[in-house]
Every structure is written in structure tokens, then in C-alpha cells.
Design a protein. Structure first.
Length: 271
């Protein structure tokens, strides 16, 4: 009888251990919304000490600009204004970042924002939103690339697409709807996360669905290991993989143009 009790306790402990492991991969629902409203039109107001608003600014060129707009906005009285000058020997970036979440495989991530592109120039390869996992990079390999997926202008100029180069997959492109200029445009990006072809990718512009495609949208450990091995590098993707950072703005401006854009009504939801 004593043996039976010991066996029951052992089974119970194993079950609890498995439950704890499963729980560590369970995503708590997450919602972050920001309309860039401020009291004194100061960008510093977007960075609350308790971390409830934005986390960081990415600015690679000291001449790039970020400010609060009081004249161009889609709702309320403010929007975020960003100016990303054309790239020189360093890739020009001017965006704002939000951290503090974890999005795992099988999670639904919905990112939405209003953009106003104050330009009629060619903006092919301009990046607007990045979803990244810096912590999944192998710490023994230098130059953390923060793998992830991004929204990028393609198709010769301004057809918004889903860029997957940083996870070693081909881009998901569309040429059915050009991105409107000099007016407010609502972008909605939905991803059901997976490191294989079971991932789901949806992209809508002003309520018009322009991309609906299955395909991987997270880094895959095997693909990364084999890719780096071709260059003689031993690479181990840190698992479990989860996205932890979103960037919005001119997350990269490799064009030959100075790009001014405005962002309003940003949100990211994970469940």
C-alpha cells in the first residue's frame, strides 16, 4: 500500500511539472493602444516611467526627426511625426518601439495603425512595421539581427507587402492596391504565428484585404541552423521562440528620398 501512495505522489508531481512547462508557453492576452495624445506636445510624454506606453526610439541618423504633430492627425489632437532622411553608408531608421509582451507560436497577433505618407516619391523597400524576437538569437553569434517579419513597400514602388527575409523565407507580395499618398491610410496586419507553412498572414489596407496567405512567420530553428552552417557557423536558435518587440514608423528607409510620415491610432493585440 505504501508503494501505491508513493506512485500516486510521483505521478502527481510529474503531471504538475508538465503543467508548469505548458503554462510557461501560454500567452496571456495582451493589448496595447496609443493615439500619441500628449499634454504638452512633447515626445517624452510617450515614455511613462511605469512602462505603460512606449519603450524606446530607434534613430540611426542624428539628423532624422521625431515629434508630436498638432496639425496632421487622424483622430484626437495629436499624431506621431517622423522624418527619415535617405540612407548613406548607414541604413536610415526613425521609429518608435514597444516591448513588454511575448507572442508564441499559435498566437493570433493583430497590429493596426493609421499612416500618412507625405510624399509622392518612389518609396520601394521602405519599411513601416517590424515584429521581432531579439532574445531568440544565438548569444554566441555576433551582430544580433533580431529576426522577424516586417511590412515593406514593394512591387516597383508602393505596394505594401509582408517581408520575410529575416526569417529566410520569400516575401508575400501584392499588386492589387497601391498605398494612397497624402491621406490617412489604415493598415491592419493579422498573423497566426507558426515556424512552418501553417502560419496565417492577412494584410488589409483601408478595409480591403490585399494579402491572405499561409506561410511561416516565425524563425525556424532547423532553417537557421542549416543556413548558418553553410557559412561554417554553429547557430542555435534560442527556444521557445517568441516575438517581444514591435517597431512602427520608418523602421528602415533604404530609398534615395527623405521620407516624412505620420502615425496615429496604433494598436497591437495578442491572444
Amino acid at each position: 500500500m505504501k508503494f501505491v501512495y508513493v506512485l500516486i505522489i510521483l505521478v502527481f508531481c510529474i503531471a504538475c511539472s508538465n503543467s508548469d512547462n505548458d503554462a510557461s508557453l501560454t500567452t496571456n492576452s495582451f493589448l496595447f493602444e496609443d493615439g500619441f495624445e500628449t499634454q504638452n506636445n512633447d515626445v517624452d510624454e510617450l515614455f511613462e516611467s511605469n512602462g505603460s506606453r512606449w519603450t524606446n526610439i530607434q534613430q540611426t541618423n542624428p539628423s532624422n526627426e521625431i515629434s508630436i504633430s498638432t496639425t496632421t492627425f487622424s483622430e484626437g489632437q495629436n499624431a506621431l511625426r517622423l522624418l527619415a532622411l535617405q540612407s548613406d553608408n548607414i541604413l536610415s531608421k526613425m521609429d518608435i518601439e514597444k516591448e513588454g509582451f511575448k507572442a508564441f507560436a499559435d498566437d493570433l497577433v493583430v497590429i493596426e495603425a493609421d499612416f500618412y505618407l507625405n510624399s509622392t516619391a518612389n518609396i520601394e523597400n521602405l519599411l513601416l512595421i517590424d515584429l521581432e524576437c531579439c532574445s531568440c538569437w544565438d548569444p554566441t553569434v555576433e551582430d544580433n539581427q533580431c529576426p522577424g517579419v516586417r511590412l515593406m513597400m514593394s512591387g516597383g514602388n508602393d505596394f505594401l507587402s509582408i517581408e520575410r527575409g529575416k526569417i529566410s523565407a520569400s516575401n508575400l507580395r501584392q499588386t492589387s492596391l497601391q498605398f494612397p499618398r497624402n491621406e490617412w491610410v489604415t493598415v491592419r496586419w493579422e498573423l497566426t504565428l507558426a515556424d512552418d507553412d501553417t502560419g496565417i498572414n492577412r494584410l488589409s489596407i483601408n478595409g480591403n484585404e490585399v494579402i491572405m496567405s499561409n506561410g511561416m512567420n516565425m524563425p525556424n530553428a532547423t532553417i537557421f541552423r542549416e543556413l548558418f552552417a553553410e557559412n561554417g557557423i554553429d547557430f542555435t536558435l534560442q527556444e521557445p521562440v517568441f516575438y517581444e518587440r514591435v517597431q512602427v514608423g520608418a523602421t528602415a528607409n533604404p530609398t534615395m528620398e527623405d521620407i516624412e510620415l505620420f502615425v496615429d491610432n496604433f494598436s497591437i493585440r495578442i491572444n
